[in-house]
Ligand binder design. Structure first.
Ligand SMILES: Cc1ncc(COP(=O)(O)O)c(C=O)c1O
Length: 395
């Protein structure tokens, strides 16, 4: 968090929901790569993969051009096929479920816990059928799911666990970094994420066969990547093993990512401090519920999601967001549960009452700004705005 001597008042400048933290190091690195003549997948991607694997403490890291691509490749690598079923929480972004559909499989939605918005572990087993092949836990906001319980269910039923860790860098569960626990873990480097390459993603795993398959399928399913094919020591010869995808990360993006990864812990510390300020300010405020604390995990604090205690307020979430906007505070909502979207509702016949947990929390959640570029005055302004609106509209 940047220092400021300003007194807390209503913000005069709009505080956006998110601003990426791009410094001179990132700019220099991208410019150097532009000048190097090597723009697409090459040495920078290799470096980012090696440094990411070392940071997470995993054996393999495969860089791709989005978190969605990482999820798709992960499911393909573990063998998800047409007719299979994959357990997906309803409280997530559509990417988590759409990749299941890419492979002709069916996403089977499971409700969220009203405590932490993560998949309700107690409801997972009831959703498993003879066709189920995998579970995709999503670490919502960066707070790790109950991985011991999820892995135990998966092992009992012979399922793979593909973690959607789009929000969970850096997060840890019982002392282990997210990215080193499930069968394959997928990260996103989208512009709003805790580290960014503009667009990008990474899949981590301990399994060399899956890593090899994802790497190959990320570049048309051919036997060598561009690095091997076009450098002097590389060969012109290649073989198409499978009709793959065009999911490779560029060196331009990786040049940005290498510098972002170096700052990952520093960025985390800034977000943790903001989360702590919000916790302290809102903890005992009637009308506002802060994120529940959890023992033995590190929350990445990609998002800070408050819940409105609607029974105590005279306004609903849309009016609250509008009032925050009026106070120059940008917000977002994570997420509109999948079963409420026309596609998932119509295709699979889901009804709102099928997911009471998500139904309860969805109308209450608001994501507040939380990113390293926020000044202390910005944080003060967000707190002041939330407190004022809550006070004005309390029953
Ligand atoms: C939970 C979740 N999963 C997956 C994705 C997809 O990531 P990407 O945008 O990098 O494809 C996102 C984000 O944008 C997300 O929030």
């Amino acid at each position: 968090m940047q220092q400021s001597n300003r007194k807390p008042t209503m913000s005069s400048d709009f505080i956006p929901f998110h601003k990426p933290a791009i410094g001179e190091e990132e700019i220099r690195s991208v410019v150097e790569t532009l000048k190097s003549g090597w723009l697409t997948t090459g040495p920078k991607v290799k470096t980012l993969e090696a440094e990411f694997a070392s940071y997470i403490g995993c054996s393999h890291a495969v860089a791709v051009n989005s978190g969605t691509a990482a999820l798709h490749l992960a499911l393909e690598a573990v063998g998800i096929k047409s007719g299979d079923e994959v357990i997906v929480p309803t409280m997530t972004f559509t990417a988590t479920a759409e990749v299941v559909l890419y492979l002709g499989a069916r996403p089977v939605l499971v409700d969220c816990s009203t405590d932490d918005l993560n998949i309700d572990v107690d409801r997972v087993e009831a959703a498993i059928s003879s066709r189920t092949k995998a579970i995709i836990p999503v670490h919502i906001a960066g707070r790790p799911c109950a991985m011991d319980e999820i892995l135990a269910i998966a092992r009992r039923h012979g399922l793979q666990v593909i973690e959607d860790a789009a929000h969970a860098l850096p997060a840890s569960y019982h002392g282990r970094k997210i990215g080193s626990i499930g069968d394959i873990t997928c990260f996103s480097f989208y512009a709003t994420k805790t580290m960014t390459t503009g667009e990008g993603g990474m899949a981590t795993t301990e399994n060399p066969d899956w890593a090899k398959r994802m790497r190959m399928m990320s570049l048309h399913g051919i036997s060598h990547d561009a690095w091997n094919r076009y450098t002097k020591e590389g060969s012109w010869y290649y073989e198409v093993i499978s009709p793959g995808f065009k999911y490779n990360l560029t060196d331009l993006a990786a040049a940005l990512g290498i510098e972002q990864l170096k700052k990952c812990d520093q960025f985390y510390e800034a977000r943790r401090q903001i989360a702590h300020r919000y916790d302290e300010a809102f903890r005992d405020v009637p009308g506002i519920q802060i994120p529940a604390s959890a023992a033995n995990v590190q929350h990445a604090w990609h998002l800070y999601i408050i819940e409105l205690e609607l029974e105590q307020l005279r306004i609903g979430r849309p009016a609250f967001i509008e009032a925050l906007n009026h106070h120059n505070v940008g917000t977002s909502v994570h997420f509109i549960p999948l079963h409420l979207h026309p596609f998932y509702r119509d295709k699979f016949g889901y009804k709102p009452e099928d997911f009471p947990g998500a139904g309860k929390v969805f109308p209450r959640i608001i994501s507040l700004p939380i990113y390293p570029g926020m000044t202390e005055a910005n944080v003060d302004d967000v707190i002041t705005a939330v407190l004022q609106i809550t006070k004005e509209h309390r029953r």
